[in-house]
Design a protein around this ligand. Structure first.
Ligand code: SAM
Ligand code: SF4
Length: 361
């Protein structure tokens, strides 16, 4: 099926809350977001991502994930984003949400999901909503069938792409019907744009999103992982994307809120917003508040890091929770990562990176 990749506890309670400002990293940035990957596997094979076909050894158990979320929230995390690989492949997703809901940690404001939407049936969307999921972002890199097949790494050309498009759009409508309201920011679309590969999809994608009243976020192709053969000349700068869309539908700048990855623009005709994630051309390391934990418990304090640190010894129920708290706090306060800004300053593009499907975006 895949075309291009080259590789083959119960409920959550409260542990003493911390004033987030007392937990700043070495650049003065507070911790705010935990991106937790539920699996490294995926049912697609986007060539810019190249996921694994199997999960690594030593996957976290539900109790480990709950402990992690609880302790991270005590250190300032207010948003948990569940990701993958493809998180809808995980049978852990609903039990995790339900367990979190049973004792939502103080400070946890939002639980979000990033998915390719293929498995988002009406029943699943409703279950996720009822289990306490607040927001869904669906990834779709084109509006044209052949382009979608190419970007998703599936064989079968336009026919396969059309069937994928139908599934993803059904998923979008299932999410809307389940109560994920795009006008409240609870349902969004993500698209990675690669110059010369799917930049012809910019206008069709913007039209698709406008027609459905959903905010589209255009992502610059990033040098995460080492399987995708990334090069700078495949990156379309966010400003160019905005200019192209604005030539069809004029846009006014809204800006980027603190610690957000997204710079937003507003359609002058009132058709909502467009977002761009300019990680390469306009890095936002200065207020980055994110940690990422992989499905096998490796913590990364930067999306572009080569290596993580193993949290598993601290996640076991036999270990005192205070030790996990100390470890997380120590990792965060010593954090000095600002890779995207350094890349821009030094042109440092050859560093090895962990894979995106492992980190979760
Ligand atoms: N499978 C889910 C999905 O596709 O939404 C979640 C995991 S995926 C790794 C998370 C996000 O990362 C997706 O929006 C995907 O498009 C984006 N992504 C993956 N590789 C990327 C790359 N090299 N550059 C920019 N974004 C990338
Ligand atoms: Fe799968 Fe998401 Fe990676 Fe595409 S970007 S291969 S959908 S994990």
């Amino acid at each position: 099926m895949f075309a291009e990749c080259q590789q083959a506890e119960g409920s959550v309670g409260v542990v003493g809350m911390t004033d987030a400002t007392s937990n700043l990293d070495s650049h003065g940035r507070p911790l705010g977001v935990l991106r937790l990957s539920l699996t490294a596997r995926c049912n697609l094979a986007c060539p810019y991502c190249c996921p694994d076909s199997r999960d690594p050894e030593g996957m976290l158990e539900l109790q480990d994930q709950l402990r992690l979320i609880r302790v991270a929230c005590s250190l300032g995390v207010h948003t948990v984003r569940l990701t993958g690989g493809e998180p809808l492949l995980s049978d852990r997703l609903e039990p995790l949400l339900t367990s979190i809901a049973l004792g939502r940690p103080a400070g946890l404001k939002e639980i979000a999901l990033t998915t390719n939407g293929v498995l988002l049936s009406p029943e699943r969307a409703l279950r996720l909503r009822r289990a306490g999921l607040d927001r869904i972002t669906i990834s779709l890199d084109g509006a044209d069938a052949a382009s979608i097949a190419r970007m998703a790494g599936v064989q079968g050309g336009a026919k396969a792409g059309q069937s994928l498009l139908n599934q993803v759009l059904s998923g979008l409508e299932a999410a809307r019907s389940a109560g994920f309201d795009p006008s409240q920011g609870a349902l969004k679309l993500n698209a990675v744009i690669q110059k010369g590969r799917n930049d012809d999809q910019l206008i069709p994608l913007a039209r698709l999103a406008r027609d459905r009243g959903v905010e589209l976020r255009l992502i610059e192709y990033m040098d995460v992982g080492s399987r995708n053969g990334w090069s700078l000349n495949q990156v379309m700068p966010a400003l160019e994307m905005v200019q192209r869309v604005a030539s069809h539908w004029p846009l006014d700048p809204v800006g980027r809120s603190s610690s957000s990855t997204t710079s937003r623009w507003q359609y002058r005709d009132g058709a909502g917003h467009l977002g761009v994630i300019a990680s390469i051309s306009a890095p936002f390391c200065g207020d980055c508040n994110r940690i990422r934990v992989t499905a096998d418990g490796q913590i990364f304090t930067c999306l572009f890091a080569s290596q993580g640190a193993d949290l598993r010894p601290y996640l076991r129920a036999s270990e005192p929770e205070a030790q996990l708290r100390e470890r997380l706090s120590d990792l965060w306060t010593r954090r000095s990562d600002r890779f995207s800004e350094e890349r821009r300053l030094r042109g440092d593009v050859d560093k090895p990176h962990a894979e995106m499907a492992y980190l979760g975006g």
